[in-house]
Ligand binder design. Structure first.
Ligand code: KIV
Length: 267
């Protein structure tokens, strides 16, 4: 049987040209990634949100390259069609472009088809080195969680005069060779302008409806927890459904109705 066609960087550009919205969700394991692939997403982001969502850290700053390598491998091994984009974690790419290349290569060897890194014009040299070396790079502007301490916590970026700086950073990343750009927590008007005036595809999270695509952290999208950022829509109540299944299991075991003779055979 023919293998499904892999979603690649030229498909990202084609989607923008055709006005077809791009869809991306985070994934961190081999359990959820195939579910999202079967649902039809174009790209899975092995985000460093892994730190908060899966590993119980207070932020993304504690996430290591080894954490990302393991999660990227698990996601990549469990899908056939989607593009797998892996985050370069904090401290692995900012200070030295050569080291950034070596660290990106670790994630590519684990199965990623592209890497994502945070920051503006200061990252241009690193992006050039990676793309020239055959590693597609997705940029990330606006609220960049790895800089949460410098930015004063999760808050909208690019308001007022800061909008021009954001636009210049987006131009610098496009010029350096990114194939797509995540815009996180920025006003709709600057997200629209970047999307309209740049040829590179934009993927928004808390950036309004006019970007070329959208990304959400899957557990927020699916309603796993009680809290999610205000820009998130809950598309399910998976946390409640899981809790209900676990409660039914506990009750069945407690009252000895599971396993019943129908569930158990002596071999
Ligand atoms: O790590 C992540 O989940 C991200 C998204 C919020 C874009 O970078």
């Amino acid at each position: 049987m023919a293998r499904p066609k892999r979603f690649r960087i030229h498909h990202v550009a084609e989607a923008k040209a055709q006005g077809r919205p791009l869809t991306m969700l985070t994934a961190y394991d081999a359990l959820t990634a195939p579910i999202f692939e079967a649902a039809g997403v174009d790209m899975l982001l092995v985000g460093d949100s892994l730190g908060n969502v899966v590993l119980g850290h207070p932020s993304t700053l504690q996430v290591t390259l080894a954490d990302m390598e393991r999660a990227t491998g698990a996601v990549a091994r469990s899908v056939e069609r989607v593009m797998v984009v892996a985050d370069l974690p904090f401290g692995t790419y900012e200070a030295d472009s050569t080291r950034a290349f070596d660290n990106a290569a670790v994630l590519m060897r684990a199965g990623a088809h592209a890497v994502k890194l945070e920051g503006g014009a200061a990252r241009a040299q690193t992006i050039r080195l990676l793309t020239q070396g055959g590693i597609p790079v997705m940029g990330h502007l606006g609220y960049t969680p790895q800089s949460e301490n410098a930015l004063g916590g999760p808050r909208m970026q690019g308001r007022g005069q800061a909008a021009e700086r954001l636009f210049e950073d987006a131009c610098a990343l496009q010029e350096a060779g990114v194939f797509a750009l995540v815009l996180e927590m920025v006003p709709d008007d600057i997200a629209s302008r970047i999307t309209r005036e740049l040829s590179v595809s934009t993927i928004g999270i808390g950036a309004g409806p006019h970007t070329d695509g959208q990304v959400l952290v899957w557990s927020d999208m699916a309603g796993m927890g009680d809290w999610a950022p205000s820009f998130v829509q809950r598309f399910g109540e998976v946390g409640a459904a899981l809790g209900e299944a676990a409660r039914a299991y506990v009750a069945s075991v407690s009252e000895r109705s599971f396993p019943s003779s129908g569930h158990y055979k002596e071999h």
